[in-house]
Design a protein around this ligand. Structure first.
Ligand code: KIV
Ligand code: ZN
Length: 521
């Protein structure tokens, strides 16, 4: 039987305290509910004494959450513990988490005390909290830089005082994995009552070591990991929940450990936290980044098609994603092109792979990424990238503002040489413009994703708009680049409309071919 590692999530405390704008009550509750569905054992949801708002939100979450222990942070002073108790005691399973700094620099320069006074404050706080709650955790802030003799002394004293969990934070993300594992090992070897408490770790990511340090600690006996969704938190953030959980799951045979996390909820929770916290996820972020399950190299794509184990140690399905993705680029090989065409319904005897592949490479060199609809177009048009676009923008005027202004767009487009002119209103300038374009092209489009980025810096930056739209159940991509972001948005939609137009031509051509084949039979 594997040993269970407790997952203590602090997205709503350490994570939230690092956001540029606080979350609303409703947003915090949505995240807390998602964490409950994810199966976190403990969720730390705030620092009740810090503000009236924090107190209220901790209490509200404590009322709603039934399947995870709800925890609140408190400095090692009575008024903090009182506030935490008052906020949390509305639920059955709650934990009071007291902390005090223990490293020399914090003790002397921040707290202006000596270490004896720190131990006394910690012991008094834990005893006081234990009178109010059966479940008390104590943290030695900056434990990673605390002299080991001091650390052993305060850990022993606070376990004696009644702490059930002792947390060893690497508050400034300073330690290296072998060093941090060594600290945990020494605690197990030197603290006589260590078996009376669970040892927890809380690693920050300043040197990018948070996940490695947490794993090094569990390898030495720690059985609680404090972490946050997407690794958000102070400065470079905390240990990422998704990384540490999937590492424990994926390397279970080596570690012989498990967590209670429902891993298929990971992607959903990560997306929710990213959106509500307005913290985008880096595309190459382990487990939850947009590229975490997408293969670009031709050699990798070929390997994955033969056996996914060649380049996938974690399956996308195991974290709640539907499937991996293969980026069709100039590095892609013939195997993936044949495979994609087969998935799109083209049998290998209906086209000449050498010819299609040659044209695919030419197009990929020009476009970068090639999408399914481009690939289909290759089958039907030999000179795709020279093909004139059906739609182009001739004139655009948008009116928008605050107050009673109704956002309105007027557009003139060319469609195969003809002029199309129209205007519409919307709930914003982009909406008004897109409604006008839908009407002028006659396409019943649904906008699925709109993203805007600055390309370059300062006043000269270009706005790059990328959109994903759906039309007749198929997905199309559009990109627009201009110094004016409204114009870039229009160009992105027109780009997508041109792709739709080409795919309509292909559909028509396909039906003609099958009608002719039927007539011949
Ligand atoms: O990083 C840290 O030391 C903390 C403690 C309050 C646990 O967040
Ligand atoms: Zn922290």
């Amino acid at each position: 039987m594997s040993d269970r590692v407790i997952i203590f999530d602090t997205t709503l405390r350490d994570g939230e305290q690092a956001l540029s704008a606080s979350l609303s009550f409703k947003e915090k509750l949505r995240i807390a509910k998602a964490l409950e569905s994810l199966g976190v054992d403990v969720m730390e949801v705030g620092f009740p004494v810090s503000s009236h708002g924090d107190f209220e939100s901790v209490q509200m979450i404590a009322r709603e959450i039934k399947n995870s222990t709800v925890c609140g942070l408190a400095r090692s002073v009575q008024k903090d513990i009182d506030a935490a108790y008052e906020a949390l005691s509305v639920c059955d399973n709650y934990r009071i988490h007291c902390f005090i700094a223990t490293s020399d620099v914090h003790v002397k320069d921040k707290l202006h005390r000596d270490f004896d006074a720190i131990v006394e404050m910690a012991v008094n706080a834990v005893k006081y909290a234990r009178n109010k709650a059966p479940d008390v955790e104590f943290s030695c802030e900056d434990a990673g830089r605390t002299p080991i003799d001091h650390l052993c002394r305060i850990v022993e004293a606070t376990i004696d005082a009644g702490a059930r969990t002792i947390n060893i934070p690497d508050t400034v993300g300073y330690t290296l994995p072998f060093e941090f594992g060594g600290i945990i090992e020494q605690l197990f070897n030197r603290v006589p009552n260590i078996d009376k408490a669970r040892i927890s770790v809380h690693c920050h990511n300043d040197l990018g070591m948070a996940t490695a340090n947490s794993l090094s600690a569990v390898a030495k006996g720690a059985r609680q990991i404090e972490c946050t969704v997407n690794g958000i938190g102070e400065r470079a953030g905390n240990c990422s929940m998704e990384e540490v959980v999937m590492a424990i799951k994926t390397r279970n045979r080596l570690l012989n450990l498990e967590t209670g996390i429902n891993c298929t909820e990971i992607t959903r929770t990560s997306q929710l936290v990213s959106q509500l916290c307005n913290m985008p996820i880096a595309p190459n972020k382990a487990i939850v980044g947009a590229n975490a399950f997408s293969h670009s190299s031709g050699i990798h794509q070929d390997g994955v098609l033969k056996n996914r184990d060649t380049y996938e140690i974690v399956t996308p399905e195991s974290v709640g994603l539907k499937e991996n993705t293969m980026n069709l680029t100039a590095r892609s090989g013939r195997h993936i092109i044949a495979h994609r065409l087969e998935a799109l319904g083209y049998s290998s005897d209906s086209y000449d792979l050498d010819n299609v592949y040659k044209r695919f490479k030419e197009l990929a060199d020009i476009k970068g990424q090639v999408f399914d609809y481009d690939l289909e177009a290759l089958l039907f048009f030999s000179n795709l990238h020279e093909e004139p676009e059906q739609f182009s923008l001739e004139y655009l005027s948008v009116m928008s503002g605050a107050g009673d202004v109704i956002p309105t767009a007027s557009i003139r487009m060319s469609s195969g040489g003809e002029h199309l002119t129209g205007a519409d209103v919307g709930n914003g300038p982009v909406d008004a413009m897109y409604r006008t374009i839908y009407r002028l092209t006659g396409y019943d489009i649904s906008l699925k994703k709109y993203e805007i980025k600055a390309k370059g810096q300062g006043m000269d930056a270009l706005g790059q708009v990328s959109i994903i739209v759906e039309y007749k159940g198929r997905v199309f991509h559009g990109m627009g680049l201009a110094t004016d972001i409204i114009q870039a948005s229009a160009l992105a939609m027109i780009h997508a409309c041109n792709a739709i137009y080409r795919s309509e031509l292909i559909e028509a051509k396909k039906s003609r071919i099958s009608a002719d084949a039927g007539a011949e039979e």
